[in-house]
Design a binder for this molecule. Structure first.
Ligand code: ARG
Length: 402
């Protein structure tokens, strides 16, 4: 347990991070708490959050709009990596943590703080991501995690806050634990802790149910340059706008709901529901365009590295050496990922129905065709197969197998 004089606290405006302010000041003898709240497109109004931190005792309350770097430096690399943790979760929460950590470190250095703090508990992945990211950026800074140590129940936390003028949550508390940003929502707890319980419709906010989704399919085209999505239906969009558009198109058609039993870094299996409509759609389209523009061996190697990339981002190793090395490989491949993908969105499905690349397609119609303009040398196959199958023939003919 570290102690510090001046602390920069990652602040969300919720009860837990609010209680961290008086707790650090009163229980841990911190002299000054400066809060930092990030706008990651979660749709909260930041001004009330900024004031709330001051009311709870922060000496300074800072807010920062991080949406643009979040999309350009975190979401787009994840799309280029086709990153899906355990094959399914596109890391919408995980991607936000290293960016927040980066900002905390920057603020701490600017204001001469000797520690940063967060309100994560000891059971989740987010504590791992914050602590490890901060260690990777600023090993000299202490990381304080009061909620990991205070041992208060939810009721006790609220009561503690009330002593310092932190209002109890007004509405009856939702039974769910929700994290959200522009890339998606994660929903845990309540009835969802029963892995057999179907997710209630009320938990969803970015996606339609299959029933509500339009009865008519919608065809869309997503264009990529250098592996980055740049346009939807021929309209060039800036990165943030593009993610918004992808979210609304996919969400409307009921695409992007995920229900999984996930393996946390701390060894716990947990039942998690996500809705990440735009990010899943963009990864699907990007992966498809790579099938046209990347060579077979590059695709196979990349698929293995993608799984490693997703694992290490999930596990909090964004600012580590393997991440940097894998990024080098991925960056090199993305130069060729130019073109567009056509998809049909319908009732919870996004189905690829076409792909094209004018400059980088490795698909050669004259090689693939069964028509008259076929240029493939059929006879050459015989010699190739003779050599390819030689070891099998020798093995079959050997005395041991005769
Ligand atoms: N299990 C997900 C992840 O590790 C979601 C975590 C949600 N975080 C939260 N503080 N509610 O990425």
């Amino acid at each position: 347990m570290g102690r510090a004089k001046r602390v920069v606290l990652a602040y969300s405006g919720g009860v837990d991070t609010s209680v961290c302010i008086p707790y650090l000041l009163e229980e841990w003898g911190v002299e000054e708490v400066i809060t930092f709240a990030a706008d990651l497109g979660q749709g909260d109004e930041l001004e009330p959050i900024r004031l709330k931190a001051l009311e709870a005792g922060a000496s300074q309350s800072l807010v920062g709009d991080l949406i643009k770097p979040f999309v350009e430096e975190f979401a787009f690399p994840a799309i280029q990596a086709n990153a899906l943790y355990e094959g399914r979760y596109p890391l919408s929460t995980a991607l936000a943590r290293p960016l927040i950590a980066q900002k905390l470190v920057q603020v701490a250095r600017e204001l001469g703080a000797d520690a940063v703090a967060h309100g994560c508990t000891g059971k989740g992945n987010d504590q791992v991501r914050f602590d490890v990211a901060i260690a990777g950026l600023a090993p000299e800074l202490k990381v304080l995690a009061p909620a990991r140590e205070w041992g208060m129940s939810r009721e006790e936390t609220i009561a503690y806050g009330e002593r310092f003028g932190i209002p109890a949550p007004v509405s009856k508390k939702s039974p769910y634990s929700i994290d959200l940003n522009l890339l998606g929502r994660s929903i845990e707890a309540g009835i969802l802790e029963d892995p057999m319980a179907p997710p209630p419709e009320e938990i969803f906010a970015m996606t339609s149910s299959i029933e509500e989704a339009p009865n008519e399919p919608l065809e869309i085209e997503i264009a990529f340059e250098g592996g980055r999505p740049v346009a939807i239906d021929g309209e060039c969009l800036d990165p943030v706008e593009l993610v918004h558009r992808a979210n609304s198109l996919a969400g409307k058609h009921g695409i992007g709901r995920i229900d999984l039993i996930e393996n946390r870094v701390v060894g716990i299996k947990s039942r998690e529901i996500y809705e990440t409509p735009g990010l899943l759609l963009l990864i699907q389209a990007h992966k498809e365009l790579e099938t046209l523009t990347l060579a077979a061996d590059v695709l196979r190697t990349k698929a293995n590295l993608e799984a490693q990339w997703a694992d290490l981002v999930y596990q909090g190793l964004w600012f580590g050496p393997l991440k940097e090395a894998l990024d080098g490989f991925i960056k090199n491949t993305q130069e060729y990922v130019n073109g567009l993908v056509r998809l049909r969105l319908y009732k919870g499905n996004s189905i690829v129905i076409g792909r094209a690349s004018s400059e980088n397609s490795l698909y050669k119609p004259e090689m693939a065709t069964y028509g008259d303009d076929d240029i493939f040398d059929h006879k050459a196959a015989e010699g190739f197969i003779y050599i390819w199958g030689l070891s099998s023939r020798v093995w079959a003919e050997s005395s041991k197998h005769g």
